[in-house]
Design a protein around this ligand. Structure first.
Ligand SMILES: [Zn+2]
Length: 81
């Protein structure tokens, strides 16, 4: 068992990409690493489909893996300045 450093466990890049793209599409995915349906989104997704821009963390409560990305609220083709 590797215990060399205290380090936040992260998803592999392909796992992280899948999780992020699913989250951007408004889907909830089970953890791509351990398969548990315990992935918690922070901040919580608003219930009315209104995209919120900002930092989003997806954390698996079972294996502890974390991925963070910046949600630009790209669900709609924004034409704001
Ligand atoms: Zn997991």
């Amino acid at each position: 068992m590797e215990m060399s450093r205290r380090h936040v466990k992260e998803f592999r890049p392909d796992e992280a990409l899948g999780l992020i793209s699913a989250d951007r599409e408004g889907k909830a995915l089970p953890c791509p690493s351990c398969g548990a349906a315990t992935v918690t989104r922070s901040p919580a997704r608003p219930g009315h489909g209104h995209p919120v821009e900002g930092r989003v963390s997806l954390t698996c409560g079972t294996c502890g893996r974390v991925v963070t990305y910046i949600d630009r609220g790209s669900a709609t083709p924004a034409s704001q300045p």
